[in-house]
Write a protein of this length. Structure first.
Length: 245
């Protein structure tokens, strides 16, 4: 471990303590009706603190959504930090993220909805959680690719988590995330995919001088109530954002 990475790791640990205190006083004891919004706001504050550790710079294009479903490509666990720092939101993530050190804890108390993809019956419960959050006016972020990649291509979108908006009136926003790294390869060192393991990947990121993220939002007009067709249209819309930026 380099001196830079060790210093940032200590900073990281200190920020966790700050986040615990912040959560206790500003999110832990709010009313049930305000719980999701308070957790999303807390997660935004926490992620902004942690992104400073990485010397992170985010460039945003397009109208930032304040409600509705946000559909994004998926490259890394950093996606949650980046999108949360831009707009307070509820995230849907695979269940094993809950077991990750630090990030799993941040995600859990930040209100993330965890899905057990191997249990097909669990999708219904997750969709009910998504619908409740949308009804409360809290943005919800889903990654329909179902897994992360190196970003060279956008993987086929899965449709089950689009059920709450397929025939509804909630707004849908598309999002495309892209990373650049001045002293390394973003596809191999920021994107978290393949045989990467969490802690070595995180230590390597902490050793980087600066990380840049580009987030592009696009308005999406629903033209179908069929979720499988909607998934195809949303994938095409995200691919268009990628091609235009």
């Amino acid at each position: 471990m380099t001196l830079r990475a060790a210093g940032k790791l200590c900073w990281f640990a200190a920020q966790i303590a700050v986040n615990v205190v912040d959560y206790f006083f500003r999110a832990a004891f709010v009313s049930k009706n305000s719980k999701r919004a308070a957790r999303a706001a807390w997660l935004q504050r926490a992620t902004r603190r942690h992104l400073k550790i990485f010397n992170f710079k985010t460039q945003v294009a397009g109208p930032i959504p304040a409600a509705g479903l946000i559909v994004s490509n998926h490259l890394s666990y950093l996606d949650i930090l980046v999108l949360s720092s831009v707009t307070p939101a509820v995230f849907v993530s695979k269940a094993d993220v809950r077991k990750w050190p630090v990030f799993g804890w941040l995600a859990a108390i930040g209100g993330t909805v965890f899905i057990e993809r191997e249990r097909r019956t669990h999708v219904g419960a997750v969709n009910r959680e998504i619908e409740c959050a949308l009804d409360e006016g809290v943005p919800v972020v889903v990654f329909p690719e179902g897994t992360s990649s190196d970003g060279k291509t956008i993987l086929p979108f899965r449709s089950p988590l689009l059920e709450p908006v397929a025939g509804g009136t909630h707004a849908i926003t598309t999002s495309w995330i892209h990373y650049t790294l001045g002293d390394g390869d973003a596809g191999q060192e920021i994107c978290y995919w393949g045989d990467h393991t969490f802690f070595p990947h995180l230590l390597n990121l902490l050793d980087k001088q600066k990380i840049r993220a580009q987030v592009c939002f696009g308005k999406f007009e629903r033209t179908t109530d069929d979720r499988k067709e909607l998934a195809k249209q949303l994938q095409a819309a995200v691919e268009k954002l990628k091609a235009e930026n």
